[in-house]
Write a protein that binds this ligand. Structure first.
Ligand SMILES: [Zn+2]
Ligand SMILES: [Zn+2]
Length: 81
């Protein structure tokens, strides 16, 4: 099932993903739409900035990242593909 790379939500189909506004969009809550996570389903998800591992994308996307490119804890973890 398609997942959003910003918030980790899963959607029943692509249309639902691309039509909805994302509460964790990088420009600000609901400042943009969900974006498709293009990686495969995994047992663990790894942050592409800091390498921390998470059991699912929702948890990964909810927490600030100590190595975010905008500055430490200025943004959230982002899933590696
Ligand atoms: Zn989203
Ligand atoms: Zn991180």
């Amino acid at each position: 099932m398609p997942k959003c790379k910003y918030c980790g939500m899963t959607f029943p189909h692509m249309t639902a993903l691309t039509c909805g506004s994302c509460g964790r969009h990088p420009n600000g809550p609901h400042k943009g739409r969900h974006a498709l996570y293009e990686g495969s389903d995994k047992a663990q998800y790894v942050c592409k900035y800091c390498g921390m591992k998470f059991p699912n994308m929702t948890v990964l996307c909810a927490q600030p990242c100590g190595k975010h490119p905008n500055g430490a804890h200025k943004g959230r973890h982002s899933p590696a593909l």
